[in-house]
Design a binder for this molecule. Structure first.
Ligand code: SIN
Ligand code: FE
Length: 292
């Protein structure tokens, strides 16, 4: 795989714009084509007071990140939440939202804000079960939050105080991935989906799409052959850079790095410029079924 198949770099220098129509078009086209949009000149500024509290020691137990639900201000994953940390994450969420709604102009209204996370812990050398290990190539699918085909768009910023890069691998087009695993993906199981929702295991009822995406996530992570032989390109995100990607579409693995911020967004397929590139539409074409 070549770098231009995987990443598009844009010279964006500010979180609040104005953004020129050329950048907007390039960003949306790249994202929907399954590329990472990298903004090498866009850093998220960390204040002195914030630096002092941003230590990995904030993490409770084995949690790998601290999350903020912007709608409620609720924070999870930290032993206790010092005020500068809450402010830091809130400010990032606000700036990420302005950037996404501004730069990705066609998504401006339909985009929904999801969770914010702060990921201070070093990734390299940490051990997880294969299913939980994001050092393995995967596409994102949330076990407890069905999306019914809505896109998962994530914006990351590397704020490592020591300048350490975040090291990823970025994988093949979604159509290739889905075709590989198609025969092994489960048929929609509506009864199980209703049961899970009734038991409170999921927020709402999983669609056939959600069930397939969860299976795809697990199968690729558990597949040693895929992990070692699938097409993927290593990519470094230096400290002081920001990037965006549809993580439900693009196989990705985070191998090393620490101190990243991440904002999740959801986008209805109908809001896309090229909705036929959505994983939902790709899986529907391949299976010949309506999946959400
Ligand atoms: C992931 O989404 O799999 C992890 C990405 C990261 O934390 O860099
Ligand atoms: Fe992921």
């Amino acid at each position: 795989m070549q770098p231009e198949q995987v990443v598009t770099e844009l010279p964006v220098t500010g979180w609040t714009g104005p953004f020129d129509p050329m950048s907007t078009r390039a960003a949306v086209a790249a994202l929907e084509a399954g590329r990472v949009v990298m903004l090498p000149q866009l850093a998220f500024e960390v204040t002195e007071a914030e630096r002092a509290v941003l230590s990995a020691g904030l993490l409770s137990g084995k949690r790998k990140n601290i999350s903020l639900e912007p709608a409620t201000g609720k924070i999870g994953g930290a032993a206790d939440v010092p005020e500068p940390l809450a402010a830091f994450m809130g400010r990032f969420a606000a700036q990420a939202e302005i950037l996404a709604r501004g730069l990705l102009a066609p998504y401006s209204r339909p985009l929904r804000l999801g969770r914010t996370s702060f990921r201070p812990a070093e990734i390299a050398g940490r051990d997880y079960s294969p299913r939980k290990d994001d050092k393995r190539l995967h596409v994102d699918a949330f076990p407890t939050r069905p999306t019914h085909g809505d896109r998962i768009l994530r914006l990351f910023s590397n704020v490592a105080p020591d300048g350490r890069a975040r090291e990823w691998r970025v994988g093949e087009p979604f159509g290739d991935l889905a075709s590989r695993y198609l025969k092994t993906l489960p048929a929609p199981a509506a009864t199980r989906a209703r049961l899970y929702a009734m038991l409170g295991l999921t927020k709402g009822v999983q669609s056939g799409y959600d069930q397939m995406m969860l299976a795809l996530h697990d199968q690729m992570k558990l597949d040693e052959t895929y992990q070692t032989t699938a097409p993927a390109l290593p990519w470094s995100f230096p400290a002081g850079t920001t990037w965006m990607v549809f993580t439900d579409q693009v196989p990705h693995a985070a191998l090393a790095g620490h101190f990243a911020l991440e904002q999740t967004f959801y986008l209805p397929v109908s809001a896309m410029v090229s909705p036929e590139t959505a994983p939902l539409r790709v899986l529907e074409r391949l299976t010949g079924r309506v999946l959400a």
